[in-house]
Structure formats: C-alpha cells, structure tokens
Design a protein. Structure first.
Length: 362
C-alpha cells in the first residue's frame, strides 16, 4: 500500500479512492484466486510523481464513475506501463511515450484483430491523462495521442458490435445454469439491462425494501444513481445468496470474494457454450444488456422510455438498437421471400451430398 499522506484530509481522500478502485484478480494458485489492490498495482507501474498525478486525475469530478476509474487504472497498468517498459523505461510516466510509439502500438493492435472500440478506449485514457497533466505540469507534456490514431467510432452506434440473443435463446442459456449464482447473474444482467461493472460494484446495503418491492440502488455510467425494482424471483435468489450477511459485496464468488467482471464474463461464456448460442464468439455480459434493450423495442416500448431505462445519455444510442433490429428484420424478410421461390422445385435425386465436390473439380 502506498504511504498514506500525513494530512488527515489527504489520507481520507486516498482511502476513498482506494475503496473505489478495489481489488483485481492477478492469478491463481490451484483453485485459489489471488487478488491485489489496484492502488498497489498502479503504484508499481508508475513513477512516484506520475502516481501522484494519476491519483489527482482520478479524483476529478469528471471521472466520477467507479467503473471509469477502474478501467483507467487497468488500462494504464496493463497497456501503457508495459509499452513504456518495452521502449526502455523502468516505469510509466507522463511523457514516457511519444506519438511514434502510440502509432506503432495502434498498428500492432489492429494487426492482432483488437476491436476498434477497445483501441479507442485505451488511447482515450492516455490522452485524457496527458490533457490533465498539461494543466498541472510546467512545461506541459506533449499529448502522444493525435486524432490520426483515434479509431473512428460512429456516435450512438454501440449496438452494431454486440450480438443479440433472441427470447428463446435467453431461456436456453438460463436453463444451463448449474447453480443459483449462475441464474442470478443472468437474471440481473438481463432484467435490469445492467452493465457488469455496476452489478459487481453493488453491495448488500444497496438493497432497499420499499413496501412490497425490493430495489437495487446502482451507480450507473456517469455516476448517476438509480434505484431499480427487482423481480420477486431475483429477490429470492439474492436472499439465498446473501444469507445472513448485512454488509459487503452483493455478489460473491465461491471463495467469498467480490465477483468481478472477469468472473461474470467466464460465467456468461460457459453458459453460452453450454446452450450452443453465438457459436462464432463468446457470450459476454454486454450481450444481455443489448438483448434486453432490443426485446423492449420489439415489444413496442417507446424509444424515450427505453432510453431512460437503459440510461443512454444520447438518444442516438437507443435509436441505433432500433435501426439495427429493423435492418436485420428487413434482411430476413428479403431472404425468406427469395427462398419461397424454390419451395416447389424438387431436389434432384442424383444431387451429391452437401459439401461434396463435382467429379470435374476433383
């Protein structure tokens, strides 16, 4: 743990940031998972001066979301600190990477097939830190991220990269749950159209009983508080999972540790594989959110209402889900109409088995 400042106010601020950043799994010893605090890992990845600057940057009100803070720390220690070491620096510091370094790194990521959205998030982290540093350091450091190295992501088009499960597929995946935690994770992600980081950050004390209803208080993207009612089945599963606990994480793994997004990702991928959905890719936690939003639109829920429920700041984001769904339905209708022309055409009796090559091509 980094040394706590002597000033009580500074010490309290550091403790608050440490609590926000929490722990992250760094390895395993047999079945036991090894966790470490993000603050410690950040201190090891950066020079002391940059570590202090990063803490100040993360404490800004512009980075109010706990999920954003954690993502930024993970990006710095897992992406940019290793790159700084690769180019010859013992630790990451503001100014350790040049525009040429970032350019070569981006090309490497694209060649490895890393999604444009992931690259955009990584460079946004690095750029934001340097922009903040420019207002606090003299001389101001040069931002190593240029507009030429920012992948272009169409605004409000987050729906296009995430597959959607149909209603029957949702039931099929839920039916593959091997324990109550599996089913609880699926139900919470889908019914609340939740983001995995929001659910993993929730504590037992975030459950509020309001008459006949039980509400889950979440801190949504951008630091927005929301209290969402839980279905009775979710409440029953949660009561069994929590037992007699009155504090601590809402969701725990088998070792009694807070469930993190990687744990949830593994649960989703395992259930998706067992159900045989999305054979070309893993079932990720965000698929549940995309599926729930799409199903609400399928049911005729007004766009404004879906936007509010999903906490989309930009209505274009919600519209993108609707546009994608309509485009897919139109494509399906076109294919079905074309296929109907061949329904009365008999299959030739001498047709070769599917996949067999004609004699002339052998």
């Amino acid at each position: 743990m980094p040394a706590t400042p002597g000033v009580p106010l500074a010490g309290d601020a550091l403790a608050k940031l440490d609590a926000d950043l929490g722990q992250v799994q760094v390895g395993r010893v047999g079945p036991r998972r090894i966790y470490r605090r993000r603050l410690d890992l950040l201190a090891e990845a950066c020079t002391p001066a940059t570590f202090a600057l990063v803490l100040d940057w993360l404490s800004s009100t512009r980075r109010a979301s706990t999920a954003t803070k954690r993502n930024y720390v993970d990006d710095l220690r897992r992406v940019w600190a290793p790159l700084a070491r690769e180019v010859g620096h013992p630790a990451f510091f503001v100014g350790s990477l040049t525009r040429e370094h970032v350019r070569m790194w981006r090309l490497r990521q694209e060649n490895a097939g890393v999604a444009a959205r992931s690259i955009a998030r990584y460079v946004a982290c690095l750029s934001s830190l340097h922009t903040y540093a420019a207002g606090h350091l003299d001389p101001p450091p040069r931002n190593p991220v240029t507009e030429d190295d920012r992948p272009h992501i169409a605004p409000g088009n987050t729906a296009t990269s995430t597959p959607v499960l149909e209603v029957e597929q949702v039931r099929a995946v839920a039916s593959c749950a091997r324990d109550e935690l599996d089913l609880l994770v699926v139900m919470l992600l889908y019914t609340l159209a939740g983001r995995v980081t929001e659910l993993c950050a929730a504590d037992v004390t975030d459950l509020v009983h309001d008459g006949e209803h039980t509400l889950l208080q979440l801190t949504r993207k951008g630091g927005k508080p929301r209290a969402l009612p839980l279905p009775q089945r979710c409440v029953q599963l949660l009561n069994g999972h929590i037992g007699g606990r009155t504090s601590g994480p809402l969701l725990l793994d088998g070792q009694g540790r807070r469930l993190d997004r990687h744990d949830v990702g593994r649960i989703c991928a395992r259930l998706g594989q067992a159900a045989g959905v999305l054979p070309e890719r893993h079932l990720t936690p965000h698929v549940w959110r995309a599926s729930r939003i799409t199903h609400m639109l399928d049911a005729g829920v007004p766009l404004a209402e879906v936007q509010e429920f999903a906490d989309h700041l930009n209505p274009a984001t919600t519209i993108a889900y609707w546009s994608r769904r309509q485009r897919d339905l139109r494509a399906l209708a076109h294919v079905q109409r074309a296929t109907a022309l061949f329904e009365s055409v008999p299959t030739p009796s001498g047709a070769p088995p599917a996949g067999a090559m004609p004699d002339a091509d052998r």
